[in-house]
Write a protein that binds this ligand. Sequence first.
Ligand SMILES: Nc1nc2c(c(=O)[nH]1)N[C@H]1C(S)=C(S)[C@@H](COP(=O)(O)OP(=O)(O)OC[C@H]3O[C@@H](n4cnc5c(=O)[nH]c(N)nc54)[C@H](O)[C@@H]3O)O[C@H]1N2
Ligand SMILES: Nc1nc2c(c(=O)[nH]1)N[C@H]1C(S)=C(S)[C@@H](COP(=O)(O)OP(=O)(O)OC[C@H]3O[C@@H](n4cnc5c(=O)[nH]c(N)nc54)[C@H](O)[C@@H]3O)O[C@H]1N2
Ligand code: SF4
Ligand SMILES: [Mo]
Length: 702
Amino acid sequence: MGQEQQIRTACRNCHGGCGVIAHVRDGKVVKVEGDPASPISHGTLCSKGLAVTQLAYHPDRILYPMKKTGKGWGRISWEEALETIAAKFREVIETNGPESIVIGQGTGRDYESHLYRFANLLGTPNVLTAGHMCYISRIGATLVTCGNLPVTDWHGDPRCIVMWACNPQWTNPDEHKGVEFWQAYKKGAKLIVIDPRKGFLAKKADLWLQLRPGTDGALAMGFLNVIIEEDLYDKEFVDRYVHGWEAFAERVKQYPLDKVEAITWVKQDLIRRAARMYARIKPAALQWGVPTEQTLNCTDCTRTLVGLMAAAGNLDIPGGNIFSVPPKVRTVSEFSRHKDLSAEQRSKRLGGDQYKLASRVALISPKAAWDAILTEKPYPLKAGLLCGTNPVITRANAREAYAALKKLEFLAVIDFFMTPTADLADIFLPAGTWLEQNHVADNWKRHGFVLARQKAVEIGECWQDHKIFMELGKKMSQPWWDTVEDALDYLLEPSGLTWEEFKQVGHLKGEMTYHKYRQKGFSTPTGKVELYSTVLEKWGHDPLPKYTEMPESPVSTPEIAEQFPYILNAGLRTPTFFHSANRMIPWLREIRPDPIVEIHPQTAEKHGIESGQWVDISSPRGCVKLRAKLNAGIDPRVIVAEHGWWYPEIKEEGHGWDISNINILTDNSPQSLDPLMAATNLRVCLCSISPSENQEVSTWQS
Ligand SMILES: Nc1nc2c(c(=O)[nH]1)N[C@H]1C(S)=C(S)[C@@H](COP(=O)(O)OP(=O)(O)OC[C@H]3O[C@@H](n4cnc5c(=O)[nH]c(N)nc54)[C@H](O)[C@@H]3O)O[C@H]1N2
Ligand SMILES: Nc1nc2c(c(=O)[nH]1)N[C@H]1C(S)=C(S)[C@@H](COP(=O)(O)OP(=O)(O)OC[C@H]3O[C@@H](n4cnc5c(=O)[nH]c(N)nc54)[C@H](O)[C@@H]3O)O[C@H]1N2
Ligand code: SF4
Ligand SMILES: [Mo]
């Protein structure tokens, strides 16, 4: 047996960041453990990170490039795979123009620098990501409001924490690992939790506000109403640094607490107490989560929440919501040469004229992509390259996503496994996991860090995603570097370090300073926090935020609610799965073999549903089956369902993509989209429930 080597690296089984020590023996990773020296995770790892050996060495993992022919999938060489894609792309560029090629990714995975560079140099403005309803939407809305993304300053000792639609101990989301929140909380901070579901944090909270899903924008207005009416706002900050305070305060007046209670289902008294607590205790940090973005209120809700941070005087102060200082490395924008995409090509971005904020952050909505494929309007999309995404499972109105991707003339997919989306492809490119890549992991840049992710092993013929974009780019005559590491040297250049040197250092941190606005103002047109947005005004939109009722709800569509009386809150995460991933990993699937739908015991009783039974859940768009779990911690009018389900153990094409896929039920009709970001209502629609006639759905055998 060979000697064991220990390699310090950074996990990326979610958005990533946790420090890992990978133990390698005979060219194989035999185990991973948390790195106590990590500034992000402090030695902790979650179940997904710990299970990476079962992911990397999974028997179903695709280790070679594959091509689909009449006889099914067959192994080919990298040369043939890349040349086939390049030849098709060249053909499309010649006949339809580069805009007819869509390049896509899913959740943020720190290869967007390479993906965008490839797309920009190709000349296509059509990059499809999850950003229209996740995180990039938060960044977009905060860029126009206060010039940067305010993140919680756990290290600054917040005395009050508002956990607004966020569950960091399960999700370790884009903004922080749960451990950092926990350390701050344990110092004795007050906790306010805003969540329709009584989870671990709601049980711990000083105040828990159980709102109707999707009504966060109205609740935030309610908070502001109390803060303004009771003179609890930071007058000095507002006078000096807020643009349009008077107009904003007038808008807030349109949301008196009785109205807010009717919209949100939260009692007036509770809203008042929570608003007072947030405004009076200094400093207070507000941690927002993705449900605030996954409705048509996406942009306005984010702007209202910035209004709350500003009114309470919590922006860029220790223990509040801060603008981190990134380390000195090249920006994604510079690396990916956004400026090289010509104005003419940019003007062709699908939906760009309408969804101006999405266009500003260089992405398109899935709806625009599906429409272009299915209706060929305003022009057809002909070919696509999707990396690290499974839209057939993860995007609203999954049947439409499926039909569109099936119709696409040519599709290449980069993944680890043959997923329901990859099933629809012509070429499959095998990606390396994070154990197989060298990278300057940058998802933490907005928190002040970049991390060294070092290759521990190579497996089969898998390539890290960055290399795939580089080599495909070279086939298309694009300027790239010889090696992945040469590109990393370029990324790191401003820091004065090479990749080899950075590997030894492990991470870089920007030097944090607070109250930067006192010297520099805010990076907006007026130099202030624009609660009255001059940018939105210029775009012909309401410059002030407002709450819009859900497009499908008991209030706006009572006729639909007659048949579908419950509010479906779709997207409950579980610690072991990451969206549609990990269902094939035995250690993780054994914990959760079947998809769960949570139902209040009274509601279950009404429909004769017992705990553990398979249940049909229907919306106007279809019907899927999940397994009932009774939960008295949700409102009887609300049904809470997991998303991301397909069945890798079903070997036929499609892998059972339509059995339990909750996104068959969600809506992406034009009237349901955020008017600026095109965010879809992934979290809220109407549904009905009944015991399923088929109680033999389970297919997992451990
Ligand atoms: N109803 C509902 N739907 C939702 C949500 C919800 O709350 N409710 N949440 C939404 C959110 S926030 C998001 S971000 C999207 C996510 O949407 P997606 O990103 O499309 O979802 P994933 O399931 O993470 O798909 C990732 C795929 O990438 C593969 N993969 C993992 N790591 C890598 C890698 O390093 N390289 C490559 N090439 N492939 C990799 C996995 O095997 C998997 O097949 O889902 C959304 N869908
Ligand atoms: N294990 C695991 N971790 C993940 C993911 C995963 O799939 N699995 N996905 C990753 C991704 S891409 C993202 S974006 C993040 C998201 O992570 P978070 O931002 O933490 O979001 P969620 O876990 O979706 O929801 C957080 C809380 O909001 C509550 N909630 C649901 N609907 C509403 C609502 O309308 N209003 C309010 N106020 N609360 C609501 C939920 O009950 C939950 O407790 O997680 C990331 N981390
Ligand atoms: S939280 Fe994310 S980065 Fe950390 S161990 Fe889990 S999967 Fe890996
Ligand atoms: Mo996300």
